[in-house]
Design a protein around this ligand. Structure first.
Ligand code: MIC
Ligand code: SF4
Length: 642
């Protein structure tokens, strides 16, 4: 029996475990990346490990999220990350250089290598044939120290693409189509491999749009083969020597096969407030639009931007629409300037923002009250834009431009002919904003620059045999990390200040939660299915830990968040009978008994003060049990080093 592409890369990086679905496996990690909103914490964690230099082939620290610098906090964090990078052997990408995933693809990604990043969209690297995973900061810190990355061996899904896209239909529509088919939970526990003849019609940036949005399916990661198109991309980046051809074996076996005929797709749109709430654009055409944002790690490549410029050429955007354009990298922006496309964009009335995440994470450009915002991004969770009652839709750059021109949601096929966009054979290489680390010799002299915004970690504690606490918050299905620990311009600067962040925990759902949790000192949370979907931010576990959350009981969990809870020493359990969820009510007093025994056999018992008892499930590996027994991954790692 042959191997899938992902299985081949897993096999060549396997440190322990069996490649059987559901078993825990340990992988050797070749590359890591961090961004600034999760990086400060990841590097603080790395520092506590006492390792003098990173042990990966390549580690890169990007600054792309917290670039507003409204006060000293962000700038201090950037300086801190810069000094850590220089000292410990990490490349440092300066603010303004671009978005981590776009930059990593351009300058560092290598087919067949493993990559983990403290950002959930790290699977973007799958567009170039990398096996790339989003992870919590602590997992990235451990990998930088040469430690393994642990995942549950995933199922293998294969998506076969047939035919060719019609004009005005794009890679984004392929992603939205898969979200329509599978939903935001449909990829949980699976790696999605893309294949079929249609793959040859997609360039690396288009493939990367698709692997980027695989995160929204809950997938462990997504990957494309590495072929002549990959070689062409690497050649254009001046890195042809990094090319290796890679594909699945002919007789590889998949757990599920999905076929998509590209020629039948039409422009799609994800309606508020979930990326899987997908309909055809034509069905809601005519809806008023207030704002359009083009950019983010999903759609900010040179190819996307050239298409946008060509569609805007000689036209002016509608007077009621505010259009922002954030190119993905300095390379993209300079090339737009060189060829005159930037002039087309500016002449249309668009606002060009910095090469950064910007509006995607609510860092400025929030919509007006109850505003309708069309975005080429990957997430439209409630409140994420910074305007609580905004209605955010996810679209391709083509739909975005068409709607910016008309002022209403518009099917771009009504615009006439799609102008031809010619891609250059070589990109403009300028790595002046990437600072290499100091040599090992000089590293010792480098002082780490810590600002006053860096506060201590919350202290974790080992799980107890009996855990008694009130149920302080009961939430529904698909709770995102943006609900648990919101981001945005006002809060993001405090990512290294857990006590301050704690004031906003669950504020989208229940503003009283932080106060109530502090008063109770210890508490439980109950959730529905897919609890913790979305970002990789470990703050969605560290802040609850600070507020005394000891266990989260849910119908099911999203992968990265579950790992972050365990890493923080919080017990994640699921209901044996999902109907039991209905019996529980906020403020019930709950008691978990014989927890140590439960850790061994996977079955946990809980009762409430109304006389109900519950059977819960928590099947942990030996490593996870030890992490929970010792009170988190940091204590576990220190213990192992003794
Ligand atoms: C996001 O898109 O939600 C983020 C902001 O990039 C997060 C990381 C973070 O919260 O810092 C992610 O996707 O992991
Ligand atoms: Fe940045 Fe948005 Fe991409 Fe997250 S999804 S990395 S915030 S651009």
């Amino acid at each position: 029996m042959g191997y899938t592409l992902a299985q081949k890369i897993i096999k060549s990086h396997l440190l322990s475990g069996e490649m059987r679905v559901g078993e825990e496996i340990a992988l050797r990690i070749d590359q890591t990346l961090t961004q600034d909103a999760t990086g400060t914490m990841a590097y603080l964690e790395f520092e506590t490990m006492g390792i003098p230099r990173v042990r990966t082939e390549r580690s890169v620290a990007y600054i792309d999220h917290n670039t507003l610098q409204n006060g000293f906090e962000n700038a201090d964090d950037h300086r801190y990350i810069g000094s850590v990078a220089e000292k410990y052997g990490i490349y440092f990408s300066r603010p303004g250089n671009g978005i981590c995933h776009q930059l990593h693809l351009e300058r560092f990604g290598i087919p067949g290598k493993t990559l983990i990043g403290s950002d959930s969209h790290t699977p973007t690297g799958g567009g170039i044939g990398m096996l790339a995973f989003g992870a919590g900061g602590l997992d990235v810190a451990v990998a930088m120290g040469g430690g393994a990355y642990y995942i549950t061996m995933p199922k293998m899904f294969r998506v076969n693409l047939h035919g060719k896209l019609s004009p005005f239909v794009t890679a984004k529509d392929i992603s939205l189509e898969l979200l329509r088919i599978l939903s935001v939970k449909g990829g949980v526990g699976a790696i999605i491999e893309w294949g079929g003849e249609g793959v040859k019609t997609l360039s690396v940036p288009e493939r990367a749009t698709i692997t980027n949005m695989g995160t929204e399916l809950g997938a462990t990661t997504s990957i494309f083969p590495s072929d002549e198109i990959t070689r062409k991309f690497l050649r254009a980046e001046g890195r042809e020597e990094d090319y290796t051809p890679l594909c699945a074996d002919e007789d590889a076996v998949y757990d599920r096969i999905i076929d998509i005929d590209l020629s039948t797709l039409s422009p799609l749109i994800a309606c508020p407030h979930s990326p899987d709430n997908v309909v055809a654009v034509e069905t809601i055409a005519g809806t008023r639009v207030d704002q359009v944002c083009i950019g983010s790690c999903t759609n900010s490549s040179l190819y996307d931007m050239l298409k946008v410029a060509a569609l805007l050429h000689g036209k002016t955007i509608h007077k009621n629409v505010s259009l922002s354009i954030s190119p993905g990298s300095k390379q993209v922006l300079t090339m737009l300037a060189d060829c005159g496309a930037l002039t087309d964009i500016l002449s249309s009335g668009a606002r060009v923002l910095e090469c950064a995440c910007g509006p995607c994470i609510g860092m400025g450009f929030s919509p007006n009250s109850a505003g309708v915002s069309l975005r080429t991004f990957n997430r439209n969770f409630e409140g994420r834009s910074g305007t609580k009652d905004a209605k955010v839709y996810l679209v391709s750059p083509e739909v975005a431009v068409a709607s910016a021109l008309t002022g209403v949601i518009t099917d771009p096929r009504t615009l006439g002919e799609m102008p031809e966009v010619k891609m250059p054979d070589a990109y403009r290489i300028d790595d002046s904003a990437i600072i290499p680390p100091a040599s090992e010799e000089d590293a010792e002299k480098i002082e780490i620059l810590r600002g006053p915004n860096i506060k201590e970690f919350p202290s974790s504690r080992p799980v107890q045999d009996t855990m008694k606490a009130p149920l302080l918050l009961k939430v529904g299905d698909n709770i995102t990390t943006d609900h648990i620990m919101p981001a945005g311009a006002k809060i993001l600067p405090y990512r290294s200040n857990i006590p301050y962040l704690s004031r906003f925990c669950f504020s989208v759902v229940d503003e009283t939660f932080p106060e109530r949790a502090k008063e109770a000192r210890e508490c439980f949370i109950v959730g529905g299915s897919n609890y913790g979907q979305g970002s990789s931010r470990e703050h969605a576990a560290l802040v609850p830990l600070y507020l005394g959350v000891r266990a989260v009981i849910a119908k099911s969990f999203a992968r990265i968040h579950m790992a972050n809870l365990i890493n923080a020493g919080i017990l994640p359990l699921t209901f044996k009978n999902p109907e039991d969820y209905d019996k529980l009510a906020q403020s019930d007093l709950l008691m978990l008994t014989n927890v140590y025994k439960g850790l061994e056999n996977g079955t946990f018992f809980m009762c409430d003060d109304k006389g109900n008892s519950y059977e819960l499930v928590g099947e942990f590996t030996e490593r996870q049990r030890e992490i929970l027994r010792l009170g988190g991954l940091l204590s576990y790692t220190k213990e192992k080093q003794k």
